[in-house]
Design a protein around this ligand. Structure first.
Ligand code: ZN
Length: 82
């Protein structure tokens, strides 16, 4: 026999319980690349593999614009210094 509640819960008790049952939206952030793709936080961008300003190993559909820009800037500074 299944356990049954001994007494009916009042509307107040029911509402008090349901006040904590709302769902929250998942946390989102945007890839710092100029494309601005929406990603989950603490995860690599699925399109360009950008994670903490570098590209994770693997094959991705798009280039990591952030890294290409940084390397281009580094090359430009190296050229100006020499
Ligand atoms: Zn990205």
């Amino acid at each position: 026999m299944t356990p049954l509640p001994k007494k009916k819960r009042t509307r107040r008790q029911r509402g008090h319980n349901r006040a904590h049952q709302s769902l929250s939206l998942p946390a989102i952030s945007t890839c710092p690349c100029p494309r601005g793709i929406t990603i989950r936080p603490h995860r690599a961008c699925p399109m360009c593999g950008n994670y903490k300003g570098r590209t994770l190993p693997g094959s991705f559909a798009l280039d990591n614009l952030l890294e290409t820009r940084q390397t281009a800037a580094a090359v430009a500074t190296e050229d100006s210094e020499s």
